[in-house]
Ligand binder design. Structure first.
Ligand code: ZN
Length: 372
């Protein structure tokens, strides 16, 4: 089939009037024209890839149940997020085992595709725990990582690490061939972060949040990431976590080649204001703010497609850049770009049509038009 009359997001990160061919589950420019879908002039972008979120619609990935995973997958797909690696919280190993086993058993029969797990904690710093539960913070432990990764059937695509903790460098050496190591929830200075990046860490979890700020004599993790060209940085563009000017500055420092937009959404996302939970702690949602009782920001209440809209409409980020940061870069950062994250021939036909107002007009998941 062909999707005609669309502005296609190309491999050159520009929109160009054209069409998209789909053959079975894949993009194929030589597809037959027996079936035509009129895109009515919409933008055609790749399905978004959220590599860091915890929950939505009243469910959390750490519930460790098929029901919750399916609820996450259904909601994300309905928002144009076709590919997901939800995140665990800092919890005890037994609970994490349960979450990993539930993910391994999920069959991906409907909803967004679960392609991995983002293990956020427990190998973090108590001093920068954010909304993570201090009681379960654990020293970096490669053996524990491998036990959990085995329980998940090798699905852990990313693991968070505070590189200043004892044993952090050995941890990186012990796991870097199995997963992406992300500097996270840390008090690390510039030199310590540089060592981690030289040792093989290649990612930073929600840049700015849960780490020392950038300053002229102490550039910290942010300065070290800027100096390490292989490193991707996550950015939460929900309008709550980071000031719009800081978002624009970050695009100037890292360019749209190295930023991964994430939602970091928690279970109140897609729900009314009220009291919810994250990692066993009470969280209060008001509008798009989610906070612990003491006011600490506790994840976001905004899905990734809404983050794209906020970045473009309220922060002045070009749509071309936002799409690159919410689809291509996240797929690249966790090693999945061969099949996901762009609209090139041979990839899964995950295509979202957006009108001029960036509202969703149609979603194709692996070549099939989704009933919304
Ligand atoms: Zn998170």
């Amino acid at each position: 089939m062909k999707i005609k009359n669309v502005k296609v997001y190309g491999a050159d990160h520009q929109f160009c009037e054209g069409e998209i061919g789909i053959c079975g589950e894949r993009i194929a420019s030589a597809a037959s024209e027996e079936e035509i879908f009129d895109g009515e002039g919409c933008y055609a972008i790749p399905g978004l890839v959220d590599i860091h979120f915890h929950g939505c619609v009243g469910h959390d990935f750490c519930d460790g149940t098929e029901e919750s995973i399916q609820a996450l997958a259904d909601y994300e797909l309905s928002c144009g997020v076709t590919t997901i690696t939800p995140a665990t919280m800092t919890l005890d190993e037994e609970t994490l085992q349960k979450v990993c086993r539930a993910a391994a058993q999920h069959k991906n029969e409907k909803g967004a595709e679960l392609v991995g797990i983002n293990m956020e904690g427990p190998f973090i710093s108590k001093a920068k725990k954010g909304a993570q539960n201090e009681a379960f913070v654990h020293r970096p432990d490669a053996a524990m990582f491998h036990r959990l990764n085995q329980a998940s059937g090798g699905m852990i695509r990313q693991v968070a690490l505070a590189p200043e903790e004892d044993g952090a460098l050995e941890f990186i050496r012990g796991v870097k061939d199995s997963t992406v190591v992300s500097v996270a929830h840390t008090t690390s200075d510039y030199d310590t972060a540089m060592k981690a990046f030289e040792e093989g860490a290649s990612h930073v979890t929600h840049l700015y949040n849960a780490m020392p700020p950038y300053s002229h004599r102490a550039p910290g993790v942010i300065g070290a990431a800027a100096d390490s060209p292989h490193v991707y940085v996550e950015l939460i563009c929900d309008g709550v976590h980071i000031h719009p000017a800081a978002v624009r500055t970050t695009f100037k420092i890292f360019s749209d080649e190295r930023i991964c937009m994430i939602s970091d959404s928690m279970e109140a996302t897609g729900m009314q204001d009220g009291e919810y939970a994250l990692g066993g702690q009470a969280v209060f949602k008001k509008g798009n703010r989610a906070t612990l009782k003491d006011g600490t920001i506790a994840g976001s209440a905004t899905n990734l497609m809404d983050c794209v809209r906020v970045a473009v409409k309220e922060m002045g980020i070009p749509l071309e850049s936002a799409v690159r940061c919410a689809a291509e870069n996240p797929a690249k950062s966790i090693g999945l770009f061969e099949e996901y994250g762009s609209l090139e021939d041979g990839k899964y036909a995950n295509v979202v049509l957006l009108d001029q107002n960036l509202e969703i007009k149609a979603i194709f998941y692996k070549g099939k038009l989704i009933d919304r």
